[in-house]
Ligand binder design. Structure first.
Ligand SMILES: [Zn+2]
Length: 463
């Protein structure tokens, strides 16, 4: 994101007879209401692993009403008597598990589903939720004070949900630790374009509506899903390096973008593929919408979403996130510097690549711009706290950490570390300790002091 501007299977019970052993499965219990993230204790859910979402969305821009049906395919990770989903605001009319109607209750943003029969550990099941209502964006301090999530525009909706707004438009296990693949089907009034993640499977008109089907075949965190709808000029093709590209620009912005979004997206996708390792997704691109109230851009998987685009550096930032954040995702939100510090550092690398400023000079500029008594230095980057998880220190001090690391271990080790990191954790989750360990392994150096100083300590480090 950028500011614009075990249960172990079965306890074996021995039976009386010496030659007879009876396996007693643990009694089914309720899945936990959260996945265990201290910043968002209720987000995500315990007891199952989300594997695939089939989202059906019908949106009426005039009334603002969304009617949806989500089928989630999941695997039970314990014997489950019931399990939770996350859904904010919207009304549920029906829930089925494996095609049979299931009981559900709601408590705040938690939906508790009780299937007719318990679900055995290791078994795949489907849960289908029919729901609807008028989604509202979230607000508060987290995203630079901006609203975020499902944001109504003049001609449709702009959907950008980091960190916790995906569950305002579809029932889910709404945490990046529970990634899944997606089919996303959008029904919108004829003449509008529905833009989503991955590749376009089909689009056609029937009656007064346009139906669009997108498929994301690579694991994706919920907050990176979109179903942005509006009038768009679409340009498709391939980058010079061969990656398919899809760029959708709101025609009202045709003359107000001072940057060639298509060309910069293609160039940055290809350049980052050399520096960070192979591009992780099937398509690159951009969604450029007219949403002045969104004070941010977001690294939506395969197609970053911009509320207008003001500069090239924003594009290179959001595309770097395709590796750092989208493919390699945080295990807990406190690790957010692994996204933002890296994407900010990528902006410094881009300037170095363009020959305008070395990363060393970018480091010094950021370092010298803030006096030692500035509040900036009081954020602990490796645990910035929920309401300040997008504080500028997470971006800038995070990037400074990487330049300090580069100067300590040298370019050869540093530029081996980045693609090794994206390869080892491709499509998965990782945390700060994983990164420190890998940096030490590749450099052959003990680096505790460097990371302690830059990530785990407040105050302005001395150089
Ligand atoms: Zn970012």
């Amino acid at each position: 994101m950028a500011l614009s501007r075990s249960a172990r299977l079965g306890t074996l019970a021995t039976a009386a007879a010496s030659f007879l052993v009876i396996a007693a499965a643990p009694a089914p219990t309720a899945g936990a209401p959260g996945i265990g993230d201290p910043y968002f204790p209720q987000l995500g859910n315990g007891g199952f692993d989300a594997r695939h979402y089939a989202l059906d969305i019908a949106y009426d821009p005039d009334s603002g009403r969304l009617d949806g049906r989500t089928t989630l395919t999941a695997r039970a990770t314990q014997n489950l008597s019931s399990f939770d989903l996350d859904l904010q605001q919207l009304e549920i009319t029906r829930v089925e598990v494996d095609g049979r109607r299931a009981q559900f209750t709601r408590d705040g943003d938690e939906v508790t589903v009780t299937p007719r029969r318990a679900l055995a550990k290791g078994r795949d099941f489907t849960v289908t939720v029919t729901y609807g209502g008028i989604p509202e964006p979230l607000g508060g301090p987290i995203v630079f004070g901006s609203k975020y999530g499902w944001m109504k525009t003049a001609d449709g909706v702009f959907v950008a949900c980091e960190p916790n707004a995906a569950s305002t438009w579809f029932p889910s296990s709404d945490h990046p630790a529970d990634k899944a693949t997606y089919d996303i089907r959008i029904k919108a009034p004829k003449g509008l374009t529905g833009v989503s993640n991955g590749r376009l499977v089909s689009t056609y008109d029937r009656g007064d509506a346009t139906y669009t089907h997108w498929r994301e075949n690579r694991p994706m965190a919920t907050y990176l899903a979109t179903a942005t709808i509006g009038k768009f000029d679409v340009r498709t093709g391939r980058t010079p390096g061969g990656t398919p590209i899809y760029v959708a620009i709101d025609p009202v912005l045709k003359n107000s973008n001072n940057v060639d979004v298509y060309a910069v997206t293609a160039a940055a996708t290809d350049y980052w593929s050399q520096v960070f390792g192979p591009y992780p997704f099937e398509e690159t691109g951009a969604i450029v919408d007219d949403m002045p109230e969104a004070g941010f851009s977001l690294e939506v998987q395969s197609k970053p979403a911009y509320s207008a685009v003001r500069n090239e550096t924003t594009i290179v930032h959001e595309l770097a996130h395709q590796w750092f954040g989208d493919s390699v995702s945080v295990a807990q939100w406190k690790d957010i510097w692994l996204n933002e510090g890296f994407a900010t550092y990528a902006q410094w690398l881009w300037a170095e690549h363009q020959g305008t400023r070395s990363a060393h000079d970018s480091f010094l500029a950021a370092y010298n711009a803030r006096p030692a008594d500035a509040a900036f230095w009081q954020i602990k980057v490796a645990d910035p706290q929920r309401d300040t998880m997008f504080a500028s220190a997470v971006y800038q001090r995070g990037a400074m950490t990487l330049q300090a690391l580069r100067e300590r271990i040298g370019d050869q080790a540093f530029f081996k570390l980045l693609p090794t990191w994206t390869r080892l954790h491709r499509y998965g989750n990782a945390d700060t300790a994983d990164f420190v360990r890998l940096a030490e392994r590749i450099s052959g150096q003990q680096l505790d002091d460097l990371f302690d100083t830059w990530l785990f300590t407040t105050g302005k480090p001395s150089l």
